[in-house]
Design a binder for this molecule. Sequence first.
Ligand code: XMP
Length: 318
Amino acid sequence: DWTMGAYREQAIAAIREQVGDEQVICGLSGGVDSSVAAVLLHEAIGDQLTCVFVDHGLLRMGEAEEVVTMFRDHYNMKLIHANEQELFLGELDGQSDPETKRKIIGKLFIDVFDKYARPIGAKFLAQGTLYPDVIESVSFSGGPSVTIKSHHNVGGLPEKMDMALVEPLRELFKDEVRDLGRELGLPDSFVGRHPFPGPGLAIRCPGEITRPKLEILRKADAVYIDQIRKHGLYDDIWQAFVAILPVRTVGVMGDGRTYDYACALRAVTSVDGMTADYFPFSHEFLGETATRIINEVEGINRVTYDITSKPPGTIEWE
Ligand code: XMP
């Protein structure tokens, strides 16, 4: 695509111009935005870039390995794999208020970045901020400025560490970022990935976060996504995930009584994440998926489907 080809050249020139020969750090989540930002930066400044991948213990099944393999082994980037599971899960222990959870995670991201970035002496912090992120954090539905959720970003970091921001995707929408990713040679499997939020599974686990609940959630989510792929629906959906609910209900399995967690499946269509409609799965698909989750995931005995659009709902549960 010639447009993205031109954008790429111009963005690379702008990055080089902005950072000169200084060191840059970039938070890499493995999501589309930060991945595209990292590859673009790497192309622009090579080894002046260090990426920090924070494993907060709230990632999906196999996610850490996938990201590290891709960027360290395939792209040969300088990548710090920060295993901070104890820190994040420890601080979140016993917390159930959504905003409190988000604030704890946001603060810990800053601490962890600070810890890994300081020795590098980076003068710049790169982020994969998109245009809708800029808009949504400013106003909602064109009305007065209201904070719906404290979106995770490393906003407090630049002042604290005296760094300037590099945001090469700031003018782009999600579909344009995907085009740019393809232009940069990122594999389709990566470029086409559903968005995944910075706070990760924390906001898909309403109520208190525990390791056993996270383990159940990871397994259920993997089955659900497998179902979606098997039915060829992945690319028709903006985002799909499971939320584990803070309630256990009674069920029957074989000739025994069960008392396990209920979960909710979420799948939406959207253009930019700002509005969304629930995805119209067939009843067959939903029934088959519920059966698979209950049979394959110990700890869940009830599956529901969330049919709320945005607005009035949000895509995530917290
Ligand atoms: P909501 O739930 O606000 O989500 O309708 C809209 C889109 O944003 C993602 N999201 C986040 N992404 N940090 C992120 O990087 C966050 O704190 C965050 N919260 C929500 C969400 O997954 C959806 O794609």
